[in-house]
Design a protein around this ligand. Structure first.
Ligand code: ADP
Length: 158
């Protein structure tokens, strides 16, 4: 059985993340989306809020679930008995950061492979930060994520 974890901030989850999740669900027996704390980014949503919005977004996907993680991603993956650590790459700008992370994780847990899925062209400029900036300035973000995420962002900025 191949289990993949997909760690990230998901603050909030976007259609780009969901596309990666749907594609990964076809490749692996089980996919676990793990909300990881990222000290470098100031979060808009609490981990619990993010978990609720992710769970609603993956309703009906039988081999996908979500969890809140802590500590080192590689240690989490090992403890969860995952064999794959999944990440998405949008552009060259993602590459350097992802390379650093994947190399560090390779050192910490060599038995776990980081696998990168390329963003679909229509989502390659979509990020959680873009969604937040647009929503904060009263722009329309309905095309960028599931409808309930749009509602939750609106409530935050009201
Ligand atoms: P992190 O703070 O760990 O980078 P994110 O929630 O921003 O967490 O992203 C999680 C993963 O999903 C990262 O590998 C990121 O590159 C990828 N990702 C983010 N947005 C997209 C997108 N639009 N298409 C494909 N992958 C994406």
């Amino acid at each position: 059985m191949q289990k993949a974890i997909y760690p990230g901030s998901f603050d909030p989850i976007t259609k780009g993340h969901l596309d990666i999740i749907q594609r990964a669900a076809r490749l692996y027996d089980e996919v676990v989306i793990v909300i990881m704390p990222n000290d470098e980014k100031k979060a808009l949503f609490t981990p619990q809020e993010r978990l609720a919005m992710i769970e609603r977004s993956i309703e009906g996907m039988t081999n996908v679930r979500a969890a809140i993680g802590s500590g080192l991603t590689a240690a989490y993956a090992r403890q969860a008995q995952a064999t794959v650590l999944l990440r998405g790459i949008r552009a060259v700008s993602d590459y350097e950061y992802e390379l650093q992370l994947a190399t560090a994780n390779m050192t910490i847990a060599p038995e776990i492979e980081t696998v990168f899925l390329l963003a679909k062209p229509e989502y390659s400029f979509l990020s959680s930060s873009t969604v937040k900036t647009i929503a904060k300035n009263h722009g329309d973000v309905r095309a960028m994520g599931p409808p309930h995420v749009d509602q939750m962002i609106r409530r935050k900025y009201e």
